[in-house]
Design a protein around this ligand. Structure first.
Ligand code: AMP
Length: 182
């Protein structure tokens, strides 16, 4: 199930670039203009549904916070459960956690220990809006596997090709990006 050039263009054109946010030198990819554009949001979600309905997935796991938007919507379309992977300190029950490096310092994400336990060796798709260095997604994929499930693929609306994130994450799981930025 391939995204056509027209569909790719509709999605790309709906993403807004914000220069120097949240700090100088960063071009922030703003997906709020994709979400409030019913045509672009529809094209995106329909493509994800058509592609992933073939995978026999058990869960979608979304990364805090923009991964929740696409992930929860897709899980509902596929008729499967959704699991949030959150920044440290947000989940109320027993968690497992994974640290990862940022450009400056260290961050940590968590998942509930029993999040996937209703289905043995559950097949999980990981979702976020964007992959940059891949640090967050790599930690999230590891967490899914540590929780007893199987991260079969990681999906991103946007992939930043000028960083090594996609290449690095491919060592842990399959990677799919809808639009790439060079
Ligand atoms: P990374 O761990 O470096 O792959 O960073 C990915 C996370 O940071 C994702 O959750 C993205 O939403 C966010 N992020 C990183 N860079 C950008 C960017 N240029 N525009 C929008 N979000 C970004």
């Amino acid at each position: 199930m391939k995204l056509s050039q027209t569909e790719k263009k509709i999605i790309t054109n709906a993403i807004r670039d914000i220069k120097d946010f949240p700090q100088p030198g960063i071009i922030f990819k703003d997906i709020t203009t994709l979400l409030n554009n019913k045509e672009a949001y529809g094209v995106l979600m329909n493509h994800l549904y058509q592609k992933y309905k073939e995978y026999n997935l058990d869960f979608i796991a979304g990364i805090d916070a923009r991964g929740f938007i696409f992930g929860a919507a897709l899980a509902q379309m596929l008729g499967i459960g959704f699991v949030p992977i959150r920044k440290k300190g947000k989940l109320p029950y027993t968690t497992i956690s994974e640290k990862y490096s940022l450009e400056y310092g260290i961050d940590e994400i968590e998942v509930h220990l029993d999040a996937f336990s209703s289905i043995p060796h559950a097949k999980v798709l990981l979702i976020d809006d964007l992959i940059a260095t891949g640090g967050t997604a790599n930690a999230a994929a590891k967490l899914i596997n540590q929780a007893g499930a199987n991260c079969v693929e990681a999906c991103f609306v946007i992939g930043l090709n000028f960083l090594d994130g996609i290449k690095n994450l491919k060592q842990t799981t399959n990677v799919y990006t809808l639009v790439e930025v060079d």
